[in-house]
Design a protein around this ligand. Structure first.
Ligand code: HEC
Length: 100
């Protein structure tokens, strides 16, 4: 029982202690780094169109997995080494809403 409470406490402390995602830096990353393959406007290039209207078949979890793990056997790299879970979640939200 106390173990469970300790776990819940430390998990929420970790979340509370985490630096909020830097929206400017992540927007830059999406357009520059993702854009180097998917096009600066994300309309597609080496990689496919990843504008919001093209990603509607994804639920956020699946899209997060694709960004996190990449697509093995293709040029789509895993981003997990470079982005935290919070940052990946931000990018997923940004891509799915297409907000500028
Ligand atoms: C080195 C090139 C490259 C970079 C950089 C890159 N991608 Fe990709 N991405 C690809 C390729 C190629 C595919 C298509 C793989 C395939 O054939 O299924 C792809 C596929 C995807 C898909 C699946 C699209 C679909 O219609 O199913 C998503 C989503 C995606 N990339 C998001 C991103 C995001 C977000 C970033 C930046 C964090 C990024 N990619 C960076 C090359 C890249």
């Amino acid at each position: 029982m106390s173990r469970v409470l300790l776990f819940v406490f430390s998990a929420s402390a970790a979340v509370a202690g985490e630096v909020p995602p830097d929206a400017m830096a992540l927007k830059h990353l999406v357009h520059q780094d993702c854009g180097s393959c998917h096009g600066m406007t994300l309309k597609g290039g080496l990689g496919p169109d990843i504008r919001a209207e093209s990603l509607q078949h994804y639920d956020p979890e699946t899209l997060g997995q694709v960004i996190q793990d990449g697509i093995p056997g293709t040029a789509m790299p895993p981003w997990q080494p470079l982005l935290t879970q919070t940052e990946i979640n931000w990018v997923v939200d940004y891509l799915l809403t297409g907000e500028e």
